[in-house]
Design a protein around this ligand. Structure first.
Ligand code: APR
Length: 252
């Protein structure tokens, strides 16, 4: 059954590539969680249009004024408190269940892939559910009840930071190495809702392409990947495009 909303050639081409592999992966960015009610970073009205990342999201800014940085992080944590996965997250979990993708590498800190049932999730930029002391590496759960006290303190006396990768910090070794290995070795890579602007995450589709993978890109707008590495560009909200793609992979 054809549906004018979806270009049959594109969707069937992408579905064929996925149906014929057990060695696919997905890479996701903030765009996949927009339909869950979390603004992305760089679109109109995105987080960086309200907070200058140089003042709120670098290690330097954190060390210089932890209370100020925590003002934004408490607001963000508040936003993340009640969010739920959307059909795009469930579609990727289903592709994993069907055996066509073996991991989701996400730049997102919202844990929504886990909540949607994805089993192998690499949190490339960390997770907002815990906080960590940069000095002594102690970790503990994020505690919103401490918000009025500003930047949380560690038993060692230092300030705790969100357990996410701030600009100027390195990607955790396990996430970096595992993601590179998966990207180099995959047959199909689905890249969803990322502006392709932040490295090293944005290097992964290029590594996959070098390895001969088919690149399927889902985004509301073209990105730097689209004319460089993408084989099939599925334009539209991921909560619409991904379920349609999975429907065709399943042959429904
Ligand atoms: N469906 C699909 N794509 C969408 C949707 C949607 N509903 N809504 C927005 N997008 C796309 C936008 O067109 C844009 O290309 O998602 C992308 C979001 O881009 P960014 O806001 O730049 O987010 P991301 O690429 O994840 O940022 C990378 O930068 O700020 C840091 O650490 C932060 O992990 C983040 C990293």
């Amino acid at each position: 059954m054809s549906n004018t909303l979806f270009d049959d050639n594109l969707y069937n081409g992408a579905a064929d590539a996925l149906r014929n592999t057990l060695n696919g992966i997905a890479i996701t960015g903030a765009g996949i969680s927009v339909e869950s009610g979390i603004a992305d970073f760089r679109s109109a009205g995105g987080l960086w249009s309200r907070y200058d990342p140089a003042e709120y999201a670098t290690m330097e800014a954190f060390l210089y004024n932890p209370d100020k940085v925590w003002n934004m992080w408490y607001e963000l944590a508040d936003t993340l408190k009640d969010v739920k996965p959307n059909p795009a997250h469930y579609a990727l979990a289903r592709l994993e269940d069907m055996g066509h993708i073996k991991a989701v590498i996400t730049q997102n800190i919202d844990a929504l892939h886990h909540h949607a049932g994805s089993k192998t999730v690499i949190e490339y930029h960390g997770n907002a559910d815990t906080i960590v002391c940069p000095a002594c590496k102690r970790r503990r759960p994020m505690d919103m009840s401490q918000r009025a006290l500003g930047a949380p303190r560690c038993e060692c006396g230092g300030y705790m930071k969100p357990d996410v990768v701030l600009f100027g910090e390195v990607i955790p070794e396990y996430a970096m190495k595992t993601s590179e290995r998966l990207a180099r070795g995959c047959d199909v890579l689905i890249v969803v809702g990322t502006s392709a602007t932040v490295y090293p995450a944005a290097s992964l589709p290029y590594l996959a392409k070098e390895g001969g993978a088919t690149i399927i890109e889902c985004n509301t707008e073209p990105t730097a990947f689209t004319n460089a590495v993408t084989d099939v560009f599925l334009q539209g909200p991921a909560g619409t495009t991904l379920p349609e793609l999975v429907r065709r992979v399943a042959g429904n």
